[in-house]
Design a protein around this ligand. Structure first.
Ligand code: 2RA
Length: 335
C-alpha cells in the first residue's frame, strides 16, 4: 500500500501524519506533497524523514493507492485528474467535490457503503460541522426518522487553520498587554468575542458553512431532513461544539435517546447533569469520538429533543474521518 498526503504542512495535513501513525495504518510507503512554500521541508514518520515533493502535473502519483488531499478546493480541482490518473483513490478534504453527483460524500459511521461507488476515483470528506452532527443524528435516525434539525455551532479558531489559532493566541496577548489587536484571519477580533459568521454569506442570508450543513446532511443521510444552522466562531482553540434540536417522526424519551447515543457508533455519552458532566472542547481536543450530553426533551414540542455534541474538528472532522474511509475500503477489499 502506497499512501500520499497532499497539503501535508497544513493543520489537517499534520493531523494525517499523527492519525496514520496512531492507527498503525497498513502501508509500505508514504509520499508527501505540498506547494512551492513547503516543498523541500521534511517530516518524520515512523522514525523516517520524508521530504515534501512539489505537487505538479506529472506522473508522481503512479503506484499511489490512496491520496489524502487537504490543500484547498482550488488545488483539489486542479489536480484531481493528475492524482487519480493511475488509479489512486483520492479522499478529498476540500469542499470542491462534496455535492457532485458522481462523488460520494462519506462518514463511515453513517454511509460507508457509498464509498464503493466512486466513478471518478474521488471520495469527498464532509465539512467538520456536518461530520459530528450526522454521527449523532444517525443514532436517533435508527429509532425514528428525523424530520427537522435546528443547530447552532460553536467553532474553534483552528477550524480556520493553524495560522488562525496562532492569531487567537496573539490577540489574547495583545489585549492583555494593552496593545493594538491584529486582525487578519477573522472578520473581527476573536479574543474575548464571538463572531456569528463562518465562511461567506450566500443570497438567502445563510453563510456557506450553514448551507454545507443543510446540503451535506441530506446527501450523507439519503434523507429529506431539513437543517437550519447558525454557525458561530468562538475563541476556543480546538474542537467544535454544537447545540442541536431535532424533531422526530414519533416522540423519543430521554431514556431511549440516551440508550441510542450510548450504543451509537463513534459516539461517547457524557451526560450526568447531577455531577456537572457534559462534553467541553477543552477536554475533547485530540480525541477520536463525538461526545454527546445535555440531552433534554423539548418543552414545547413532544417530538422535539435537544442535545449538545463536541468533537475534535481536525481529527474526526477531517483527518480521522478520511483515514476511516480508507480503512473501510481496505477491510472491504475495495481498493
Ligand atoms: C471551520 N468549517 O471551522 C471550517 C473547517 N472545515 O471554519
Amino acid at each position: 500500500m502506497k499512501v500520499a498526503i497532499v497539503g501535508v504542512s497544513g493543520a489537517v495535513g499534520q493531523e494525517f501524519l499523527r492519525v496514520l501513525d496512531e492507527r498503525n495504518f497498513p502501508m509500505d510507503e508514504l509520499v508527501l506533497f505540498g506547494s512551492k512554500r513547503s516543498a523541500g521541508s521534511k517530516y518524520t514518520f515512523r522514525g523516517k524523514q520524508i521530504e515534501v515533493k512539489l505537487l505538479q502535473h506529472n506522473d508522481d502519483f503512479k503506484g499511489v493507492d490512496i491520496a489524502f488531499t487537504s490543500a484547498g478546493g482550488g488545488t483539489s480541482l486542479e489536480f484531481a485528474e493528475t492524482i487519480t490518473k493511475y488509479g489512486a483513490v483520492m479522499i478529498d478534504n476540500s469542499s470542491a467535490f462534496r455535492m457532485e453527483k458522481d462523488v460520494p460524500l462519506v462518514v463511515p459511521e453513517v454511509n460507508p457503503e457509498d464509498a464503493k461507488d466512486r466513478p471518478r476515483g474521488i471520495i469527498a470528506n464532509p465539512n467538520c460541522t456536518t461530520i459530528q452532527m450526522v454521527v449523532a443524528l444517525k443514532a436517533i435516525e435508527k429509532i425514528s426518522h428525523i424530520k427537522k434539525v435546528h443547530v447552532s455551532t460553536y467553532q474553534a479558531a483552528s477550524g480556520a487553520g493553524a495560522a488562525a489559532m496562532d492569531e487567537l493566541y496573539e490577540q489574547y496577548r495583545q489585549v492583555l498587554a494593552g496593545e493594538e489587536v491584529t486582525v487578519d484571519k477573522f472578520a473581527y477580533q476573536l479574543a474575548f468575542n464571538l463572531i456569528p459568521q463562518v465562511d461567506v454569506f450566500t443570497d438567502n442570508g445563510y453563510t456557506k458553512e450553514e448551507m454545507k450543513m443543510y446540503n451535506e446532511t441530506r446527501k450523507i443521510m439519503h434523507s429529506d431532513i431539513e437543517v437550519s444552522a447558525t454557525c458561530v466562531r468562538v475563541p476556543s482553540l480546538r474542537a467544535h461544539s454544537e447545540s442541536t434540536w431535532i424533531e422526530t417522526e414519533r416522540p423519543i424519551s430521554i431514556e431511549e435517546a440516551r440508550e441510542a447515543f450510548a450504543n451509537g457508533e463513534g459516539l461517547v455519552l457524557q451526560d450526568n447533569p447531577a455531577k456537572k458532566e457534559y462534553p467541553m472542547p477543552l477536554f475533547i481536543a485530540g480525541k477520536d469520538p463525538v461526545y454527546v450530553g445535555r440531552i433534554r426533551k423539548d418543552l414545547t414540542n413532544e417530538n422535539g429533543l435537544t442535545f449538545w455534541t463536541v468533537s475534535d474538528q481536525i481529527k474526526k472532522g477531517a483527518a480521522l474521518n478520511a483515514v476511516q474511509i480508507a480503512e473501510y475500503l481496505i477491510k472491504e477489499k475495495n481498493i
